[in-house]
Design a protein around this ligand. Structure first.
Ligand code: ADP
Ligand code: MG
Length: 492
């Protein structure tokens, strides 16, 4: 089905006083291009720095300055477009978007209007373990960031910091294809993931590298689209969810009271958890766009675009299906592993030449579980892929049981070392010597005649015996051997 026509899942419908409603969401995401220099000047695009430390005459819009396009920023936009399976436009145009703001020294922003560098694309979004939706991309264009007004540095003056002025942004405009706050959150998470894989945006929302203008409207399920409101500059995924929930309910309240929605720009107040009006459509700017006469149209050679396409890294969707196919993983486990490129790489070095499912189990449950608890990442993990691989080897060879393996992991996490040496030095090897296991079984059987009777009547009592044998062997007996010997001795 054409995704724009999609009707939300019933569970996502919102109950109003007069019936059900559906929320429609479209996002304009601003993503800062990962590059050393700004879009039209050689100044550093690095985050932070003393105020106005990264400002050239171009960024400060000194008279006579001339912008010069940064080829790498264009390459980053093309790379992102390819990652979004989008049309790359080999001919695009930079326009001036005119408005006055103290932190916009040029009096206009250089942006792309009618002819963006990237056209239509699409993103597959995993909303939960068994729901994937397709979100259409309308366009991606390049534009300059503005500076920043500082109102809290002086009792009666405002200051302007132009460090951000002229940094390259990609504005990624989605189709109104999302139908719940969760879908919108998952979409932004996926965009971020794709750009991090590509190395085109660091996705650091706390530092403002990614922010979203959130367009929200409501309609009766499957009905005509309603009038939308745009919530500006939402800078966290959690806030985005809250803003959508609040805004949808606000609009439903107005419509159910017989009112109508004014198309307007709103702001989300994170402290109060609500949106409030910033300006109405009547007050909307007329930006008087026109092609920037200082810049030639941007013309890309197809061979150059093809070169970028050929050098793209494997992206999350492809990696995920390869993990499912190659390692026999569930789609869910595969998506957990590919969430970050570094985690996927870590998993692959563990899985290479080993049992993929066992490797995934260890990486997801033991390692990620522990890393999360300690606020660490695979990059700062005290246990390396080689060490986890060593543990997996020992389990696969039957040298240690899964239970002992957890103890070994614990030792390695705190003390380091080679798993095989740790097992050897601490005498943790699994007892596979059937003679020794038999002896332990005989002792327990002899000491518990009543339980033996019970087990013959109720075979699931076997577990109790297994537990006893494991206990008496310090957890080192091979569980399979224990089972087999017990069954034979008890005649089960
Ligand atoms: P404009 O040119 O006024 O900015 P666009 O058509 O470019 O409008 O849309 C801007 C954003 O608003 C897009 O992300 C789009 O998906 C979204 N959008 C458009 N119509 C609706 C709607 N009825 N409800 C929610 N979002 C919408
Ligand atoms: Mg628009």
């Amino acid at each position: 089905m054409e995704s724009a026509k999609r009707v939300a899942d019933k569970k996502d419908w919102i109950k109003g006083a007069t019936g059900d409603w559906e929320v429609i969401i479209g996002l304009e995401v601003h993503a800062q291009v990962l590059s050393k220099a700004k879009l039209f000047s050689g100044s550093s695009a690095e985050f932070g720095g003393d105020p106005n430390a990264h400002v050239s005459t171009v960024d400060a819009a000194m008279p006579g300055m001339l912008p010069v396009i940064n080829k790498f920023c264009v390459e980053q936009a093309v790379r992102t477009g390819l990652g979004l399976k989008a049309q790359i436009n080999n001919y695009s145009v930079f326009d001036r978007k005119n408005y006055f703001y103290p932190d916009l020294p040029q009096g206009y922003q250089i942006s792309q209007y009618k002819q963006p560098v990237v056209g239509e694309g699409q993103v597959l979004v995993d909303v939960d373990a068994d729901t994937t939706v397709t979100v259409g991309i309308e366009r991606l264009h390049l534009e300059q960031d503005a500076g920043k007004s500082l109102h809290d540095q002086h009792p009666n003056m405002s200051f302007v910091d132009l460090n951000r002025s002229g940094c390259a942004l990609m504005e990624i405009v989605s189709r109104p294809d999302m139908r719940s706050a969760d879908e919108a959150k998952a979409y932004v998470t996926k965009l971020r993931q794709i750009m991090r894989y590509l190395g085109t945006c660091d996705g650091n929302m706390e530092q403002g590298s990614m922010r979203a203008d959130v367009n929200v409207s409501v309609r009766r399920p499957g009905g005509e689209f309603g009038t939308r409101c745009e919530i500006k500059n939402v800078n966290s995924i959690r806030f985005m969810g809250q803003a959508i929930e609040y805004e949808a309910r606000r609009q439903i309240g107005i419509l159910e009271d017989g009112g109508k929605i004014d198309q307007e720009t709103r702001l989300f107040d994170a402290r109060k958890g609500e949106t409030r009006s910033m300006r109405s459509k009547e007050e909307a700017h007329d930006y008087r766009y026109f092609p920037d006469p200082d810049l030639l149209p941007l013309e890309l050679e197809q061979a150059w675009v093809d070169g970028i396409a050929a050098a793209l890294p494997e992206l999350p969707d492809e990696k995920k299906s390869r993990f499912v196919k190659t390692y026999g993983l569930s789609a869910y486990d595969a998506s957990v592993l590919v969430s970050e490129r570094a985690s996927a790489d870590y998993f692959e070095s563990v899985a290479k030449g080993r049992d993929g499912k066992l490797a995934a189990n260890w990486v997801i449950n033991e390692l990620f579980g522990r890393l999360n608890k300690e606020g660490k990442t695979v990059e700062t993990s005290p246990v390396s892929a080689t060490q986890i691989g060593g543990i997996v080897n020992l389990i696969a060879a039957g040298t240690i049981s899964g239970k002992i393996a957890k103890d070994v992991f614990e030792i390695i996490w705190t003390e380091g070392g080679n798993p095989a040496d740790v097992v050897e030095a601490r005498g943790l090897k699994q007892v596979t010597d059937t003679g020794a296991i038999e002896k332990a079984v005989d002792e327990i059987v002899a000491a518990n005649p009543d339980k033996v009777e019970a087990a013959r009547a109720k075979p699931n009592m076997l577990g109790w015996f297994v537990g006893q044998v494991m206990k008496s062997t310090g957890g080192k007996a091979n569980p399979q051997a224990v089972n087999d010997i017990l069954k034979a001795k008890l005649g089960l």
